[in-house]
Ligand binder design. Structure first.
Ligand code: FES
Length: 558
């Protein structure tokens, strides 16, 4: 191993290092072999990472075959379902842990094992700052669930069937039977939610090997791809190719094009901005809007389409999909395969039998508009919406009176209260739930439809918040309003009954109140008083950037 702990006596440092290197089973004959760290994020609590042991063994096999020495080490692991209050609060902690362990330890390169939503983004942020040769690998998606002949997907169907239960259209017994099939195998969520989206984007970004993002967790191809990843990282180390050497703004444009064409998760917008910033690359919401406008949605995947990752894998996955979009991609960008993106996808194709899953460029699922940027006096720094996940297309253009919830707790207490004066024309607003306000910007933006309206058959309403929504969710839901209410954004100036105007096609979100009146309200606005905090959550609140800037910490930017 090439680096040593410093004791102020170089000779002694070398001497003690060799003793512990022997303790690991290596000696001076191994001194010049590349040491490859494997960030082991195995966790029994983070269920999306509970199956990583055989995958890590395959990565190790690949490293050994290529002449490297694999050494796995633990880093933080957070999963969506069991992390409170939200994994987003800890994404930056994942990034810090990953960066510092890669930097501090005597490794020449690293394989990151991502999977659950915030893991891959946090790991990429950290690894890009550490800037040693790195490749991302993921645990892969679950297989489909099934109930009475219908495909089930985590967690689009978790939400869908819960809403139907509240509306009274399915029984408690059916709800329970569905529950047993929602997450049937190892792996991360199997719709094109946040986990699948960031994996697909990472492949296009060039930080995963081609073909490695889509195989389900349960197929043997995932193990073979793991082995190839092990070989590839040794090659990168030998050639000393680091992320900053080949990941460019154009690489990120390839990732954004992929996000749009798969109709992917809104969360990915925040993550890609944050990951890019770690390399000093400035991505703005306008970049996303520009690419969204020109990119057709070709992947027919839930929640925007019909199919799930299992079918997408059989249809050829990301490589096949990207062959349809060549004219929109920067094919000359280099990737961790040590080839260009264009070379990576050479020979991939969509065969006719899978045309219902990956559409041709000239006959897309939708012409464009995977994610739409909204601007206006309510969101001067922008907000976003996923237009193709809207359940009621009439809401694409809508004006309605605001019903405001000042916190997630207030929303939970009031939303199903029969005394709440609400009808389907209202606009539900949740504020003080952003990066600073919550803190951590939880996935509460998909404000539930009030139970009494569900029973009347209403399934969608306009909802606006400064927080996020799960990538597996759907509805007319405006997210990431920036600046958020807690730091003085206009959402905090709204009053119940104010008229809000949403025009998705033209990218407008505004409150129909005069500028003078808004200015007056601003003079009387007082920031929310937060309970004195401590530790990491307080650090987060003090230093997190807004959603439009990626929600990284200000002190972690290069
Ligand atoms: Fe981990 Fe959905 S719970 S990806």
């Amino acid at each position: 191993m090439k680096r040593v702990t410093s004791y102020g006596d170089k000779g002694f440092s070398e001497y003690i290092k060799m003793a512990f290197q022997r303790n690991l089973g290596y000696d001076e004959n191994d001194y010049n072999k590349p040491i490859i760290g494997i960030c082991n994020t195995f966790s029994e609590i983070n269920r999306c990472h509970a199956h990583l042991k055989p995958i890590i063994n395959s990565i190790k096999n690949g490293i050994l075959m290529a002449g490297g020495i694999p050494l796995e080490f633990p880093t933080i692991s957070v999963g969506e379902m069991f992390t409170s209050p939200t994994t987003m609060l800890y994404r930056n902690l994942v990034a810090m842990d990953t960066e510092e362990m890669i930097s501090a330890q005597p490794i020449d390169g690293v394989v990151l094992i991502g999977g659950c939503d915030k893991m891959a983004p946090g790991q990429l942020m950290g690894a890009f700052s550490a800037n040693k040769p790195a490749i991302l690998f993921t645990g892969g998606p679950m297989e489909n669930g099934e109930y009475k002949g219908k495909t089930l997907g985590a967690c689009s169907d978790c939400r869908h069937y819960w809403q139907e239960y509240k509306a009274g259209t399915i029984s408690e017994k059916e709800l329970s039977e569905i529950n047993a099939q929602l997450a049937p195998t190892n792996g991360h969520c199997m719709v094109m939610g946040s986990a699948s989206t960031i994996a697909a984007c990472s492949e296009a970004l060039g930080i995963m090997l081609p073909g490695s993002s889509t195989p389900p967790a349960t197929v043997n191809e995932r193990l073979r791809m793991a082995k190839e990843t092990g070989k590839a990282i040794v090659n990168l180390v030998e050639k000393d190719i680091k992320p900053a050497d080949f990941i460019t703004k154009n690489s990120f444009e390839n990732a954004i094009t992929t996000l749009m064409t798969v109709g992917g998760s809104t969360n990915t917008v925040i993550h890609l901005i944050a990951i890019a910033k770690r390399l000093g690359i400035d991505l703005t919401l306008d970049d996303f809007e520009k690419i969204s406008q020109r990119t057709p949605i070709l992947a027919n995947l839930r929640p925007a389409g019909e199919f799930q990752m299992q079918e997408f894998y059989h249809a050829g996955g990301v490589s096949a999909l990207l062959t349809e979009l060549k004219q929109l991609l920067h094919l000359e960008e280099l990737t961790v395969s040590n080839k260009t993106l264009g070379e990576n996808i050479e020979g991939a194709e969509v065969i006719e039998e899978y045309r219902k899953i990956i559409k041709p460029f000239h006959k897309p699922l939708y012409k464009n508009g995977g994610i739409k940027l909204l601007k206006g006096n309510l969101v001067p720094s922008g907000a976003i919406i996923k237009p193709k996940a809207i359940a009621n297309p009439k809401l694409m253009k809508h004006t309605g009176k605001a019903i405001i919830f000042d916190s997630i707790q207030e929303m939970e207490e009031k939303i199903n209260d029969d005394n709440l004066q609400v009808d389907e024309s209202n606009v539900l607003v949740l504020r003080n739930a952003g990066p600073v306000g919550a803190p951590g910007m939880p996935e509460a933006g998909g404000i539930p439809i009030p139970k009494k309206l569900l029973k009347e058959g209403i399934r969608d309403m306009v909802r606006i918040s400064d927080c996020r929504m799960s990538g597996t969710a759907s509805g007319t839901v405006v997210l990431h309003a920036a600046p958020e209410a807690a730091v003085g954004g206009p959402l905090g100036l709204l009053k119940n009954g104010d008229k809000i105007h949403l025009d998705i096609e033209n990218g407008i979100l505004e409150v129909l109140v005069s500028e003078d009146e808004l200015q007056k309200r601003k003079e009387f606005w007082k920031p929310p008083v937060f309970k004195e905090g401590r530790g990491y959550p307080q650090l987060y609140r003090n230093h997190v950037l807004q959603a439009s800037e990626g929600c990284d910490f200000d002190f972690l930017l290069p």
